[in-house]
Design a protein around this ligand. Structure first.
Ligand code: 9D3
Length: 252
């Protein structure tokens, strides 16, 4: 996979891209990630990338010129353009299903902006898909772009060790995970639950499932609600999933 990130702050990406899984994935040749500074594609003396919105209103808007030139430059770095993703609060929500979808691509172009938004002709003219990472306000699209890169790259075959990848099946998103413990057996007067030391694997599995349901009820009740498919009933890959309310009723 090739990922080009168009940004005004390429230096923000250095540390996350050069650690751990993302670093290893690049070293292994699973992904090549390039950072391109949008400001390098300005042509005026002030290197201006934003301007006032037509019609009035607060703040500034990203101008189309530098971004189009930047995208056209990036086009020439690979054989095909690939999907163009525009990181913006005005977009579809990024989910694990979307991460899986993007992980199938051979090329992605991510556009991270600053200011109040993008001139609409950027989305239309570049065929960019608007994507938001959630309902909270960031200072710009850079961290959102990093979230997308992180979630997508770890899905590339060979990016994770074998133990990690086993946990990635779609069922793992149906419920929150059960509580985990490691040594020591007693830490500051807090004991590891007896059952985990019992060696009774059937009882342990039953305890874990009940704990997972309890935690889901407490912290993510939305995952247990019935209604539209997006939130429960099916995994996001469309396969059937057990009815969790039924399971909760049985086990409580
Ligand atoms: C007052 C209107 N604001 C929209 C909520 C303006 C605005 C604030 C912050 C416009 C852009 C931004 C910067 N955010 C992003 O670029 C961004 C973002 C986000 O803030 N939340 C979740 N996902 C994303 S993706 C890009």
């Amino acid at each position: 996979m090739r990922i080009d990130i168009l940004t005004l702050f390429p230096e923000m990406f250095a540390s996350p891209l050069n650690c751990s899984i993302l670093k290893r994935a690049q070293e292994r040749g699973l992904v090549a990630i390039s950072l391109v500074n949008i400001r390098d594609f300005t042509t005026d003396k002030y290197r201006k990338v934003d301007d006032k919105p037509y019609g009035g209103g607060p703040g500034m808007v990203m101008m189309p010129g530098p971004l189009f030139d930047c995208a056209e430059f990036v086009d020439r770095l690979g054989p095909e353009r690939g999907r163009v993703i525009l990181l913006t609060p005005q977009g579809e929500r990024f989910t694990q299903a979307k991460a899986r979808e993007l992980a199938q691509e051979s090329r992605l172009v991510l556009i991270a902006g600053r200011y109040e938004g993008f001139d609409e002709r950027i989305r239309i003219g570049l065929g960019a898909e608007p994507l938001s990472i959630g309902d909270y306000v960031l200072n710009g699209g850079e961290l959102a772009a990093m979230v997308v890169v992180d979630a997508v790259v770890r899905l590339l075959p060979g990016a994770l060790g074998d133990e990690d990848s086993a946990k990635d099946d779609s069922f793992s998103e149906a419920l929150l995970e059960y509580p985990q413990y490691t040594r020591p057996e007693v830490f500051r007067d807090m004991k590891v639950p007896e059952i985990l030391l019992s060696g009774d694997h059937a009882k342990i599995a039953q305890w874990r499932r009940q704990q997972a349901l309890e935690r889901t009820r407490q912290w993510r009740p939305d995952l247990l609600e019935t209604g539209d498919r997006e939130r429960k009933g099916e995994s996001d890959d469309g396969t059937a999933r057990p009815d969790q309310r039924q399971a909760a009723a049985e086990e409580s």
